[in-house]
Design a protein around this ligand. Structure first.
Ligand code: MSP
Length: 663
């Protein structure tokens, strides 16, 4: 089905979120973007459905539950409420929320599996390969280097072998290529399309779609030693939620229009595996898979250990849902990576929201109140329209179609830029027409025209901003003296000057009060400090235990110290050591040579925390073997307590070259 045939239907999904953790800005981002798109389409009268939910099976969830001494479903039931609450606070207008532990989903997943076994697209075999536990994915040998780390998340891979059902992905290679050649918009942005196409062309292998090693999953129908591979289980949510395969179910209307929004890390699951499974089921592949970029924070990767994870609840508490929504959608070109900083958010509130949008509303309403007692001037005077007014009106009309085109391309940032161009033009129009002088120099009709033009622009602004900032739109609409929702009747014809009824404007509270930066900075610094303190609870604010200074070692001569060869080393690779829960095998760059050391720091750091760090290493320690691996040195670290439960690696800043000596 072509995009044209699809014009009136719009079924949009977010990825379903893992419930092993609390929601962060990345999750909020996808959902906010989908919400803006869904609201836009609803407002233009399209048959719209918007789905989100949670991904509740699999290793990650099982492990997270074990860690917290809960059953997996207890964990799911607890964490899912965080997501539901967040969507409420962010004004997300999803039509449904699916959990993969719900019966309606389980039965459809089993239906898929059964059908595919019957058609021969799923068959039984044995799988042996390199498996990434966190990503729950096997990787073909060709895709992994000597380091045996996951090509996606860079964590160490584990060699596994198991009896497994396989999906005949290879069979669909040509069909996928053909489909994407015919539908170049089916994967966006373009760079992702190219990436997926070359991946498909490089050859697809059949995919293991069941596990015997994992209990927390959906049992394979007829063979419950196996559970369904969690990614297959997860992808099916998109169609189980709309009642497939029931006759007369919503899916019959929705499915031809389905679009998936995902982060760039999960594009292949959605644009290779999922469409092939759908083809095997005789269903249409998604109309579009759009992959957005990732957020970093102040230039850094988000990570719990760094304490820089952006908590959307906190952002909403401080800045309000609409400002946060506006910022994430406006700040980055959708599809690219973006960097989050609270200062940038505050600056946007001050400039775009308080200054541009807020001022346009305030100035206009103030003048209508002052010069016309709050009564909306009549529209009839438009016949006397002069150039400058026509230009603004034409811009308003074209802004609508411009934004529409941007939203069709999944470019909320582009749409917002277009809207702010109109807001800017509105402010400029006030500066140029100088309404405060008109009463004196011009006939009254001229002032009527100017005020009415501004009011019409604002009426349109309320409608157009609604999908992005629903609450602000309602507030603008109320101040303009209008009833109903700003999303009413956006299409097909919102009608400039259409309203003839008596309208009285009601200037209300300022939409976005300006934030005083120095004052804000004080609060911000205090919050950051509190966050860092919370990060190291055992060491922060506590006197060190008495045992720290109780026992000094005997004094040494400087020559004793000089015997130690301590150097800066860069951590290049981090691998786990089989059957040793505490050990990491670290591959180090010492500038002039490479070394391996084995260190018992695994419980404190993820490989991601370590890779790239410049640490201090005692190089001339006699080598020793741990679990058969020779360790050629020892890294230096501080302990926060005498039990060694919190440690911090001795590091140097990035400007120091590997191999630099320490005296
Ligand atoms: N459960 C799977 C999706 C299954 S869909 C059938 C999953 N869940 S997730 O919770 O780990 O991630 C959900 C989404 O959040 C992904 O699209 C991912 O790209 C996005 N993000 C996670 N961290 C992110 C950033 N730092 N920035 C932007 N989005 C990121 O994957």
């Amino acid at each position: 089905m072509s995009e044209k045939d699809n014009e009136r239907g719009f079924y949009l999904t977010t990825p379903i979120y893992y419930v092993n953790d609390v929601p962060h800005i990345g999750h909020a981002y996808t959902t906010i973007a989908c919400d803006a798109l869904a609201r836009w389409h609803r407002a233009r009268g399209d048959e719209t459905r918007f789905l989100t939910g949670t991904d509740e099976h699999g290793q990650k969830i099982q492990q997270a539950a074990e860690k917290r001494g809960m059953t997996p479903i207890q964990l799911c039931d607890e964490v899912v409420t965080n997501y539901k609450k967040l969507w409420e606070r962010l004004d997300i207008s999803n039509d449904d929320f699916i959990r993969t532990t719900e019966e309606r989903h389980i039965k459809v997943t089993q239906y898929f599996f059964k059908k595919l076994i019957e058609s021969g697209d799923i068959y039984m075999g044995t799988y042996e390969g390199w498996y990434c536990l966190p990503c729950e994915t096997y990787f073909p040998d060709a895709q992994i280097g000597d380091g045996k780390v996951c090509p996606d998340c860079k964590q160490p891979l584990t060699r596994m072998s198991e009896e497994s059902y396989f999906f005949r992905l290879s069979k669909y290679q040509d069909a996928l290529i053909e489909h994407y050649e015919a539908h170049p918009d089916a994967i966006m942005p373009r760079a992702r399309y190219n990436e997926v196409m070359s991946f498909i062309r490089s050859g697809l292998q059949d995919l293991s779609v069941s596990r015997t090693t994992l209990k927390w999953g959906i049992p394979v129908p007829g063979n419950d030693r196996h559970t369904v591979y969690v990614w297959l289980d997860a992808l099916i949510n998109y169609i189980s939620a709309v009642g497939y395969p029931e006759k007369g179910g919503k899916w019959e209307v929705c499915w031809p229009h389905v679009r998936h929004m995902v982060g760039k890390d999960i594009i292949r699951f959605h644009s290779v595996i999922w469409p092939a499974v759908l083809m095997a089921m005789g269903l249409n592949p998604p109309v579009r898979v759009f992959a957005h970029g990732w957020w970093t924070v102040e230039g850094d990767k988000m990570s719990k250990s760094k304490g820089n994870v952006v908590n959307p609840f906190e952002m909403v508490d401080i800045y309000g849902a609409d400002a946060f929504r506006y910022f994430v959608l406006r700040e980055v070109s959708f599809g690219n990576d973006g960097d989050f900083s609270e200062l940038a958010l505050v600056n946007r509130i001050n400039s775009d929201l308080a200054n541009d949008m807020g001022n346009l509303l305030n100035r206009t309403l103030q003048m209508i109140e002052k010069y016309r007692n709050g009564k909306l001037p009549p529209v009839s005077v438009f016949s006397r329209s002069r150039d400058i007014d026509t230009v603004l009106r034409d811009l308003a009309v074209s802004t609508l179609s411009d934004m529409d085109a941007r939203m069709d391309d999944f470019s909320p940032d582009g749409a917002l830029k277009a809207l702010w161009a109109l807001i800017g033009a509105g402010n400029k129009y006030i500066d140029e027409t100088q309404p405060w002088k008109l009463g004196k120099d011009d006939p009254d009709e001229r002032l009527d025209l100017v005020l009415r033009t501004l009011w019409e622009v604002l009426r349109l602004v309320a409608m157009l901003v609604h999908p992005f900032m629903p609450n602000t739109a309602v507030r603008i609409q109320a101040q303009l003296g209008l009833e109903g929702s700003p999303s009413d009747g956006l299409y097909p014809d919102w009608g400039w000057g259409k309203l003839t009824a008596d309208v009285t404007v009601k200037k209300g509270e300022v939409l976005f009060p300006r934030i005083d930066i120095p004052k804000w900075k004080e609060g911000y610094d205090a919050r950051m400090k509190a966050r860092l303190t919370a990060l190291a609870p055992a060491s922060a604010g506590k006197e060190p235990p008495a045992s720290f200074d109780a026992e000094h070692k005997p004094q040494i001569e400087i020559d004793d110290f000089k015997k130690l060869e301590i150097r800066v080393a860069k951590i290049e690779r981090v691998e786990t050591v089989e059957k040793a829960k505490k050990l990491y095998k670290l591959s180090l760059d010492l500038g002039f040579e490479r070394r391996v050391i084995v260190s018992s720091i695994r419980e404190f750091f993820t490989p991601e925390d370590l890779i790239g760090k410049k640490i201090l290493v005692l190089c001339n320690l006699k080598p020793a073997k741990f679990r058969g691996i020779e360790s050629e040195g020892m890294l230096l670290a501080a302990e926060a307590d005498d039990g060694g439960e919190i440690i911090s690696l001795a590091t140097v800043d990035d400007s120091f070259p590997p191999g630099a000596p320490v005296h």
